[in-house]
Ligand binder design. Structure first.
Ligand code: 5GP
Ligand code: MG
Ligand code: MG
Length: 179
């Protein structure tokens, strides 16, 4: 599938993303203004660019940790079975936690991660997702903050890959296969 020729149509420019990240960070800063230290949890690998930009706009004391879920190969369809490949390094009991996700699609990944983290009794647990595809939802789960709602396109860039490529694009684009 990675061999099939495709083009990438820009959907969200680097400038558009930066402005939205700044606005999200302002809302998140306000929400957690009373925290002594926010634990920002990035879902690897797709959120690594987003989390890097987001934490630099937060005006809060933060700790950064990561969790990695399974993705099952290079298919453009997400798996309904979610496995944890790499767990958090730190404890979150009694802490304020913000999960940072690249895309909420069917919702299985976010629902699984929130369930797992909730069982560890954080004080507060919220999620910020850069992208949301509400038309694809199979599980009733929502991020507290969403950067952009997008239609059912397969997207790449700004940390998000197609067959492990295109993560380094500064913008977000939709993959379109040549006929
Ligand atoms: P869900 O469990 O909500 O179906 O899927 C979540 C994960 O599937 C996202 O975090 C992301 O890694 C992957 N995913 C969903 N839509 C896309 C997409 O358009 N492009 C890429 N590259 N990955 C996606
Ligand atoms: Mg993801
Ligand atoms: Mg992926």
């Amino acid at each position: 599938m990675g061999e099939r020729p495709y083009v990438i149509d820009e959907m969200l420019s680097a400038k558009t993303i930066a402005a939205r990240v700044e606005a999200l960070a302002a809302e998140i800063t306000r929400h957690f203004s009373d925290t002594d230290k926010l634990v920002v949890v990035g879902l690897l690998r797709g959120s690594f660019v987003f989390i890097a930009d987001l934490v630099r706009e937060l005006r809060l004391p933060v700790e950064v940790d990561f969790i990695e879920t399974s993705s099952y190969g290079n298919a453009t369809e997400s798996s309904r079975e979610v496995r944890i490949l790499k767990d958090l390094r730190g404890k979150i009991e009694g802490r304020d936690v913000l999960v940072v996700e690249d895309i909420v699609d069917t919702g299985h990944t976010l629902a699984h991660v929130l369930h797992l983290l909730n069982a560890r009794k954080p004080r507060r647990l919220e999620c910020c997702a850069l992208l949301d595809k509400p038309s694809r939802r199979e599980v009733d789960v929502a991020a507290t903050w969403v950067g952009f709602e997008i239609p059912d396109n397969f997207v790449v860039g700004y940390g998000i890959d197609f067959a492990q490529r295109n993560r380094n694009l500064p913008y977000i684009g939709a993959v379109r296969f040549a006929e």
